[in-house]
Design a protein around this ligand. Structure first.
Ligand SMILES: NC(=O)c1ccc[n+]([C@@H]2O[C@H](COP(=O)([O-])OP(=O)(O)OC[C@H]3O[C@@H](n4cnc5c(N)ncnc54)[C@H](OP(=O)(O)O)[C@@H]3O)[C@@H](O)[C@H]2O)c1
Length: 199
């Protein structure tokens, strides 16, 4: 099976992944959901929090590569974090070159870049975000795993921030947690491949 590009992301009821200024503190940190997700994809926890969650040294189960837009990477950089997911291959997309360091900078067409990654062997590819990179990569997204929290933002950065480009997906897994959040897996309609559900 070839590698999938999976957009694993947290959203509000109204489809916002952050506030208008990048705010994220309004997203609840629900232990029940986190425990379930850590059992199947512990590598999506940032390196800085892995030890506290007992994940230090845990093997990568689903993903070996994370793809970030420059603005998403910048959130950690502003806090002095240059290698947010040091246990993964980290690729940051930007139209301008970034400084040498622990991440790979990708400046070409994201679609062509991802097609090359898919052609190589490896675990699945985690599209971390944000919405602008997701829009650029929309044709290559094989699956979405959407953590939807019971909160309205009213305004903010959308899950996909691009032009009108409808694409059909099929729900392959959905799980509601006692906290009120749900995690739904959507697979591109007509797509094949291995199972990548949340349980
Ligand atoms: N809720 C969640 O799970 C979640 C997940 C991830 C991120 N976020 C949030 O999302 C926000 C950032 O999202 P965003 O949509 O504003 O930005 P983004 O997608 O993270 O990054 C946008 C930047 O990526 C680069 N880029 C985008 N399309 C490109 C293309 N076709 N070719 C080359 N480079 C390209 C450009 O960088 P240059 O300007 O350098 O050229 C662009 O400015 C942050 O606040 C972050 O915290 C939330």
């Amino acid at each position: 099976m070839s590698r999938r590009l999976v957009y694993y992301v947290a959203t509000t009821i109204d489809g916002r992944i952050a506030g208008p200024g990048g705010e994220s503190a309004f997203f609840p940190m629900d232990a029940d959901l986190m425990t379930a997700m850590n059992a199947v994809q512990p590598e999506t926890i940032p390196a800085a929090f892995r030890a506290a969650l007992g994940l230090e040294g845990t093997p990568n189960l689903r993903f070996d590569t994370v793809l970030m837009g420059r603005a998403t990477y910048q959130v950690g950089l502003d806090e002095g974090v240059t290698s947010p997911y040091s246990h993964l291959r980290q690729i940051v997309f930007s139209r301008t070159p970034g400084a040498d360091g622990p991440v790979e900078w990708a400046q070409g067409d994201p679609v062509a870049y991802v097609r090359e990654l898919k052609a190589a062997d490896g675990l699945d590819l985690w599209l971390c975000g944000g919405g602008k990179l997701a829009a650029a990569l929309l044709p290559e997204i094989d699956e979405l795993v959407v953590k939807r929290y019971p909160v309205l933002a009213g305004a903010g950065l959308p899950l996909v921030d691009g032009g009108f480009d409808p694409a059909a997906f099929t729900v392959t897994d959905s799980r509601r947690f006692p906290s009120g959040a749900d995690v739904t897996t959507y697979r591109r309609a007509g797509g094949g491949g291995h199972d990548g559900g949340t349980r």
